[in-house]
Design a protein around this ligand. Structure first.
Ligand SMILES: [Mn+2]
Length: 427
């Protein structure tokens, strides 16, 4: 059983660092086969963090859709096409299966060997000394590719009268067999969500895999679950604060590097304790982690916050989507994106381009509206680019500034400050 730990799409520092550290904690406390993953590209900051603390970086994974290779059976015997038909028949009988896949010397799939087909052959020729590849193999079976999504092939397989489906790789080489009964079994994958709980914000494919745990500091909009799950949530500034608490509760101390990674999540999400989302717990946990990491949060922040703006390093569109969260609220479909930018003059220079990109996303994603919040953590305010639903925009309590953006003095937090305003504007 594989267990992934994953933050939200367009992962920010807190999502990446909390997944990474929680995987360490879960492994220490006996969970096996755990892997932290990142549902998108590593940000420049995340790259810096793994490099700075000398840790192998988290792996990026685009989706966790269940694929044929995850549920296929590699223990079902395969028949070598060069094998004498007589021996192949013995193998088939020994296996107890209704049919077995036959492969050529180069590994490519040739067909299925089934008793019915063999019987045809025996009645016609009465000779079992030929090679299996020359026998009457069943060739019009449904062949699956290892990377096929289970969701896409399930219906056709269940309708098919066969119970076995050969699975080949992209080069046509036989890899295994998918047995019809595998569809009825629980998928061999589990996931732990950190820093989010809304399925729409999670890694694609999340809906196909049971969630066994959530560690989060956002509003709860989670789905009902079939079984009891572990759910850790609190109103704190960072998911890493919760993970640090969990180490303490388990009587564990993170190693130096992991402590450093956790500090990064806390100071990135609380903007070095400047954000109104900051709580005493964030500061307390950070102080404990500083001792373990042997580095001060202030020193780390001095370096981390220097790392170039997403706008400059990624380009306008990628930067906007790098921390974009999708919501469905009061019948409206919308995105609220956030970029941190300490050089607002750079934003103003590209204001038209940013507005055009936001307009374009609203059209392409069929949204009711979109808000892009550009936050200057140093001067402690944000400016907003808005596109779409004019009624919502008029309800928002922000004034237009000289660059055409809505100016939001003192607003740093999407979750705690902007989102509630948007939700009340909708209603
Ligand atoms: Mn967070």
């Amino acid at each position: 059983m594989k267990i992934y730990i994953c933050g939200h799409r367009n992962p920010d520092t807190d999502s990446i660092t909390s997944a990474y550290a929680l995987a360490d904690l879960r492994m220490r406390t006996g969970m096996e086969n755990v892997e932290p993953i990142c549902a998108g590209n590593l940000t420049p900051r995340a790259k810096w963090i793994f490099n700075h603390f000398n840790l192998p970086p988290i792996r990026t994974k685009r989706d966790i859709y269940l694929r044929v290779e995850h549920i296929m059976d590699e223990s079902v015997p395969m028949i070598d096409g060069e094998m004498k038909l007589e021996d192949a028949l013995k193998r088939l009988l020994e296996s107890g299966e209704s049919s077995l896949p036959v492969k050529a010397a180069d590994g490519t799939f040739l067909g299925m060997l089934s008793p019915a087909k063999l019987l045809d052959y025996f009645i016609a020729r009465g000779d079992l000394s030929i090679k299996t590849k020359d026998a009457n193999l069943h060739r019009c079976v449904q062949i699956l590719t290892d990377t096929d999504r289970v969701h896409d092939i399930k219906k056709a397989c269940l309708k098919n009268s066969h119970n076995h489906f050969p699975v080949v790789d992209k080069n046509g080489k036989l890899r295994g067999t998918l047995l019809k009964r595998a569809f009825a079994e629980e998928p061999p994958r589990r996931i732990i969500l950190v820093d989010h709980n809304e399925v729409d914000q999670g890694i694609p494919g999340l809906e196909e895999i049971p969630v066994v745990e959530v560690v989060d500091h956002h509003r709860i909009a989670f789905m009902p679950t079939k079984d009891p799950i572990r759910y850790t949530a609190d109103v704190v500034g960072s998911t890493c604060t919760l993970v640090a608490r969990m180490y303490r509760a388990a009587g564990e101390r993170p190693a130096k590097g992991i402590a450093g990674v956790l500090i990064c999540g806390i100071i990135a999400d609380t903007l070095m304790f400047q954000s109104p989302t900051t709580t005493e717990a964030d500061k307390t946990m950070c102080a404990w982690l500083e001792k373990l990491a042997g580095e001060s949060a202030a020193d780390i922040w001095a370096q981390l916050s220097e790392i170039d703006s997403p706008l400059k390093t990624m380009g306008v569109e990628a930067a906007i989507m790098s921390d974009a969260k999708r919501y469905h609220e009061g019948g409206k479909e919308f995105i609220v994106a956030q970029i941190e930018e300490t050089h607002m003059s750079f934003v103003h220079k590209h204001a038209q381009e940013l507005q055009a990109a936001v307009d374009q996303i609203v059209g392409a994603e069929k949204l009711d509206f979109m808000a892009l919040m550009v936050t200057d953590p140093v001067r402690g305010y944000s400016e907003m680019f808005f596109s779409g639903d004019k009624a919502v925009r008029h309800e928002l309590p922000y004034k237009r500034g000289e660059w055409g953006t809505l100016v939001m003095p003192g607003i740093l937090s999407r979750k705690k400050q902007l989102l509630p305003e948007i939700i009340s504007a909708i209603s």
